[in-house]
Write a protein that binds this ligand. Structure first.
Ligand code: FAD
Length: 308
């Protein structure tokens, strides 16, 4: 089977890309298509995870959704792909449905597993509150894979990198500027996340959250009110209206565990909750709970981790 994997390389090639290529490799022979200012050495690394070829249109920088749709459709035509795989990020949410219409391909959005023997794919639905089983009837299919659903597998292969004229047409939207937080682990890719909520009382107290995150090598996150009132940047907001994450470890301090927050984090493999209120709803979703004051527990946890 010929599989085309789209990689959003706007912020470099990272774990999500390796996961998506690994997933594609389990379905067939993988060609990657991407665009923008990305170096060939990073692209060639995708070969280690199973890509045999990488097509890159370096002239297409700051592409809009229509341009990306045309780029991917043209690449799919060129390689005769019958399956197209995305990582389920903001690009996939916008572009995969457009591509689905254009290619008359069934779309599986938010996959969390490989297809079963009969082609059924398990997906997350209702913001992670339930699972669904989806089967595509069309000849072509598009799958967008939730980050952290499978482990990237380095199989030691190699990929050729080829310039690709995507014929993506003109942009209808002009990107005026983009801002990328520096030196931080992108939340959707993070395996470990330390998160905090209104229980931290104010932005001046976030040092104890950052200290623990640093000791663990974790990303930091927060509840929605915390970003709404400006204690933390918006890109840290997780939940139904923020980013949905599935890290191996999610530590939540001073967060009540409202259903809208849980919607974005309940796919985490292990959840640790620190809250002074033993009745906080988050404890019901926790694997480990500490009924205690975050101002005491977080520094003790940091000290303990530093000893390892
Ligand atoms: P609070 O509810 O105020 O909870 C603070 C917690 O801290 C309490 O449980 C308290 O016991 C504990 N605490 C206090 N002091 C300490 C201490 N010293 N040590 C330890 N614990 C302490 N929320 C999101 O997070 N993400 C979303 O995406 C989101 N989307 C929403 C969408 C809609 C349509 C709506 C209506 C709401 C949404 N919300 C979202 C808001 C959500 O309903 C909650 O209001 C919010 O998650 C609460 O944030 P919090 O837990 O930080 O604050």
């Amino acid at each position: 089977m010929s599989v085309l994997v789209y990689i959003n390389s706007a912020h470099g090639i990272g774990k999500n890309a390796f996961e998506t290529v690994t997933y594609g490799k389990k379905l067939g022979d993988v060609t990657v298509v991407t665009n923008g200012n990305v170096d060939d050495a990073s692209l060639a690394k995708l070969g280690e995870y199973g890509a045999s070829k990488v097509l890159v249109d370096k002239t297409l920088v700051d592409a809009d959704d229509q341009q990306l749709t045309r780029l991917i459709a043209n690449a799919a035509d060129q390689v005769g792909a019958n399956t197209i795989v995305f990582s389920h990020d903001h690009v996939a949410k916008n572009v995969a449905p457009r591509l689905s219409v254009r290619l008359k391909a069934g779309l599986v959005s938010g996959a969390i597993a490989l297809p079963d023997a009969d082609g059924t794919i398990k997906v997350n639905v209702f913001s992670g509150k339930a699972f669904g089983s989806v089967k595509v009837n069309s000849a072509k299919k598009i799958i967008s894979l939730l980050p952290n659903s499978i482990q990237p597998e380095n199989i030691g292969g190699s990929a050729t990198v080829e310039a690709f004229a995507g014929n993506a047409g003109d942009a209808k939207v002009k990107v005026l500027s983009t801002k990328q937080p520096e030196g931080e682990i992108p939340l959707p890719e993070a395996e470990l996340v330390v998160s905090a909520g209104r229980g931290l009382k104010g932005p001046e107290n976030w040092g104890i959250v950052e200290d623990l995150a640093k000791a663990l090598g974790a990303a930091t996150a927060c509840s929605r009110p915390v970003s709404d009132i400006g204690w933390r940047p918006h890109h840290e907001h997780v939940g139904q209206t923020g980013i949905a994450i599935r890290p191996n470890l999610y530590i939540a301090a001073g967060i009540s565990g409202a259903i809208q927050h849980l919607a974005g984090v309940n796919g985490s493999k292990v959840i640790v909750v620190i809250n002074t209120d033993p009745e906080a709803p988050f404890f019901k979703a926790a694997d480990y709970g500490v009924v205690g004051d975050a101002f005491e527990v977080l520094p003790k946890l940091t000290e303990a981790i530093k000893k390892f």
